[in-house]
Design a protein around this ligand. Structure first.
Ligand code: HEM
Length: 419
């Protein structure tokens, strides 16, 4: 067993390291860095739950009550960041994540019925069958690379099939989506350096690849509708009008991106947590009904979407700070999920915690549309992994790799011993 913090999570996420290690503040001889693991020490260092960062011009929100207040007030804290970041405007129409009420509700309603727990439950046999197919391909081996073998392909195939794009094109999406998230820079409102501008242009080029690809399928559905989500979006009406081509494409784009990389991270993170806590793994194996709670705790402990962005529409007050209008706020959901004012022993992975009001799926009007699907995929995949492999253990000689982007918490490679 290896504690999660020893696997080398990016230092930018030092507060996400596993259970509190030996000393709350430690000097690392190898790197010459000081690591701060303790919550009181981090609070002393970081200060308030809401802070302005002079270097980037951003406001960082770390506290749970402050994050809940912000996410529950879309009129003040808007999701439409495009007025501060006009780059990428071409992808704004129909981008559900970046819209505010009332337009947001109208668009969300078009697909929400496809993602209710009841409808999603109907996908269980397909998810189970796919998991079996993917695991059959590695059966008999004494090693597994969880991400490549299961955690990446499973959710991508599911969302591609729902949308109606060929799942066999998934290597293409992977290339584009991976390239979108390799950027490890923190966003900044200060002037971009030429290097940052080049990186951003490269990311936008990848989004364009994906939207052009989806555009081809949207055009095809206009001519020949089928029983899939793309056809439903093409035919759907809001206030008596059909969506434009750009709206359909950008909406589908959000579903395709949101619908896979996060679930990949959820699966990897959960296996990592259970590797670090054999007692919880043993219980989850013996009592499969405890898996949903394990998944919720994994979302709290290692939250795939570490940050959510919002912009103030008017002057606002949050966490005792006055924030002017038109300011960009980064809501550190992953830090809020470790706020000791809300969670006792926040640095302990404890699947029996009840209630567990984590913000891993967000909160309020933008609460993750795909949460029932992600939960189902997680439960089915973990159950099948347990059925097939009596051992699922990390290997210090072949350690996991984490996403380099500080806004995401998750493995992108997780080699496991299975025997
Ligand atoms: C929104 C997390 C899986 C589709 C969100 C948000 C979070 C989140 C935090 C809120 C964003 C915000 O408030 O700005 C996750 C995590 C997942 C996951 C951690 C897996 C473990 C999925 C899946 C889908 C999906 C499988 C499939 C369709 C969406 C969509 C939104 C969203 C469409 C935007 C909802 C809206 O703006 O109204 N997700 N998600 N997500 N998620 Fe997920």
């Amino acid at each position: 067993m290896t504690a999660i913090e020893n696997w080398g999570l990016p230092t930018s996420q030092f507060w996400l390291h596993g259970e509190r290690p030996r000393d709350p503040v430690q000097h690392d001889e190898a790197t010459g860095l000081w690591n701060v693991y303790g919550h009181p020490e981090a609070v002393q260092l970081l200060g308030d739950p809401v802070q302005h960062d002079e270097a980037t011009g951003l406001w960082n929100v770390y506290g749970h009550p402050e994050a809940v207040q912000l996410l529950g007030d879309p009129a003040t804290f808007s999701s439409d960041t495009s007025r501060l970041f006009p780059q990428g405007d071409e992808f704004a129409d129909g981008n559900l994540v970046r819209m505010d009420p009332p337009e947001h509700n109208k668009l969300r309603k078009l697909v929400s019925h496809a993602f209710t727990p009841k409808v999603v439950a109907g996908l269980e046999p397909r998810i189970a069958g796919l998991t079996d197919e993917l695991l059959d391909a590695v059966d008999g081996a004494d090693r597994l690379e969880l991400v490549a073998d299961l955690a990446y392909p499973l959710p991508v195939i599911v969302i591609a099939e729902l949308l109606g794009v060929p799942a066999s094109d998934r290597e293409l999406f992977k290339e584009w989506v991976d390239a979108m998230f390799t950027r490890d820079a923190t966003p900044s409102l200060k002037e971009q350096t030429p290097e940052q501008q080049r990186e951003l242009d490269a990311v936008l080029a990848q989004v364009r690849n994906l939207t052009e690809y989806l555009g081809g399928h949207v055009d095809e559905r206009r001519a020949h509708p089928r029983e899939d989500l793309l056809s439903k979006l093409v035919e759907a009406e809001v206030d008596g009008e059909r969506l434009t081509r750009a709206e359909v494409v950008n909406f589908a784009n959000v579903l395709l991106i949101a619908g896979h990389i996060t679930t990949t991270m959820l699966l990897g993170n959960t296996v990592l947590c259970l590797d670090a806590h054999p007692e919880h793994q043993a219980r989850a194996r013996a009592e499969r009904s405890s898996l949903p709670a394990v998944i919720e705790e994994s979302l709290r402990f290692l939250s795939p979407f570490a940050t959510l962005g919002r912009v103030t529409s008017t002057e606002a007050e949050l966490g005792g700070q006055r924030i002017p209008a038109d300011q960009l706020l980064m809501v550190w959901a992953a830090a809020a999920n470790r706020d000791p004012r809300r969670f006792s022993n926040p640095d302990v992975f404890d699947p029996t915690r009840d209630p567990n009001p984590h913000l891993g799926f967000g909160r309020g009007v933008h609460f993750c549309l795909g949460a029932p699907l992600a939960r189902l995929e997680g439960r089915v995949a973990l159950g099948k992994l347990f059925d097939r492999f009596p051992v699922l253990a990390t290997d210090p000689a072949d350690p996991p790799e984490f996403q380099p982007n500080p806004n995401m918490t998750g493995v992108r490679k997780l080699p496991l011993r299975t025997g």
